[in-house]
Every structure is written in C-alpha cells, then in structure tokens.
Design a protein around this ligand. Structure first.
Ligand code: DX5
Ligand code: ZN
Length: 221
C-alpha cells in the first residue's frame, strides 16, 4: 500500500563545509529520511561520501539514514556502511551480476535492503527481488550528480512498480530520486511514489528555507 509521502533530502546538495549542521537543520525542518549518495567514480562519474563520513554525521540526526550506493563492486562495502549507522542500504541492479546476493548480504547486516533501477532499466528488473526488499528506488536522472532535470518517462515505471508492490502485499517504500521539485511532486505521488528524494529542491536558498521547501515537496501547495 502507498504510504503518506516522506521527504528524503539528499545531502549531496548541502554545504559540505558544514555537513553536520546541514543534517541537523533538515532534520529539524521536517525531513523524514536523510538520503546519502555514495559514488565511486567507477559505477558513476563522480566521487562523494564514504563510511567514515556517514559515521561522523550519525550523531547529528535520529532520522533513518537512507544510503544509496552508486558503487561497483558493492559487497565489499556493505558491512562498513551498516556499521557506520545506515538504516537502509540500497544497491543498483546494474552494479553487478549478483544483486540477489548483495541484498541477502545487506539484510544479514541487520539493516533494511533497497534496490535501485537506472532510467534505462525496466520495471521487470524487480520481479525476482520484490519478496526480499524494503525499498525500491527509481532513478529519475542518470545517477552521478545533483541538480539534473527530471526524466518524465520514469513516472510510467513508478506506476508499474506501484502495482507490483501492491500485488505483493509487502510493506515496501517506493522512492523516486532525481530532479524532484514542488511542481513535480504531486505527479510523482499520483504515480505511486511514497518517498521523494530531493537535493537541490530542499537545500536551495539556505537553512531558513528548509522547512518551507520540505513542506512544498510534500505536495501541500
Ligand atoms: C543522483 C543522486 C540523487 C541526487 C538528487 O545520482 O542519487 O540523490 O543527488 O539531487 P537532485 O534532487 O538535485 O536531483
Ligand atoms: Zn540518491
């Protein structure tokens, strides 16, 4: 079943020089998850955050840490992110030939397991994984950078995955990530997304605006 929408600010768009304060500020501003984009310069053309940074910001928020791994290989790093304080660890189906094994490994670390699909990957890719995941992340940009434009064709994929989740009867978050803003949010929610990642749309205009930015992203006008 689709849950009330939750907002997951991507700290990739925050001020890295003040990262702890930024995590505190969005938590106090009404965020639901802290979305942490991990990039390796190999699976995606950018390098961002490792487990030590996750550990350093863990005391700054009580919200679930939603760790989005855009790395390949994945398995060697799962335990380090779980130990650093991740609550949900998401791996891409495109990151290796053994995503099923990766999801088993994530679950064996005692955290929630998510699976992510790039824009070019069809909804069917989740069919043999849906029984074992807690979150499905649909990328609405090509992963690698914040601030890109929303790829509208991904809404149809969200609809397809929503019907699969509802058929499964399982409690699975359907998260949409990339190019989100307050104008697109109602359409994304109507398509079936119930977690919206928002980097630039959350962090734009500085801390005094975070609460209002998050409120607008909920589709509350
Ligand atoms: C892209 C990341 C996204 C991104 C979102 O590779 O997975 O989480 O940072 O940033 P915006 O909302 O600015 O597109
Ligand atoms: Zn992300």
């Amino acid at each position: 079943m689709q849950q009330p929408v939750r907002i997951a600010p991507s700290i990739l768009s925050s001020d890295f020089a003040r990262l702890g304060d930024e995590v505190r500020a969005v938590s106090e501003a009404g965020a639901d998850y802290i979305h942490i984009d991990v990039m390796d310069g190999h699976f995606v053309p950018n390098i961002t955050i490792g487990p030590d940074v996750v550990k350093a910001i863990r005391p700054c928020s009580e919200l679930p840490f939603d760790v989005h791994l855009m790395i390949a290989p994945v398995d060697a790093y799962v335990e380090a992110f779980a130990d650093a304080g991740a609550d949900i660890i998401t791996a891409h189906v495109e990151a290796g030939v053994h995503v099923h094994r990766t999801l088993q490994l994530i679950k064996s670390c005692g955290v929630k397991a998510g699976v992510s699909l790039n824009p070019g990957t069809p909804a069917e890719a989740v069919d043999n994984l849906i029984h074992m995941v807690d979150l499905i992340l649909v990328m609405s940009v090509n992963p690698g950078f914040g601030g890109q434009s929303f790829i509208a064709s991904q809404l149809d994929k969200v609809r397809r995955i929503r019907s699969r989740i509802d058929q499964s009867g399982r409690d699975i978050d359907l998260e949409l990530d990339g190019g989100m803003n307050a104008e697109l949010a109602p359409e994304a929610i109507a398509a079936g997304a119930d977690v919206l990642v928002a980097g630039s749309a959350t962090f734009k205009d500085g801390p005094a605006r975070y609460a209002e930015n998050i409120r607008l992203l909920r589709g509350q006008g």
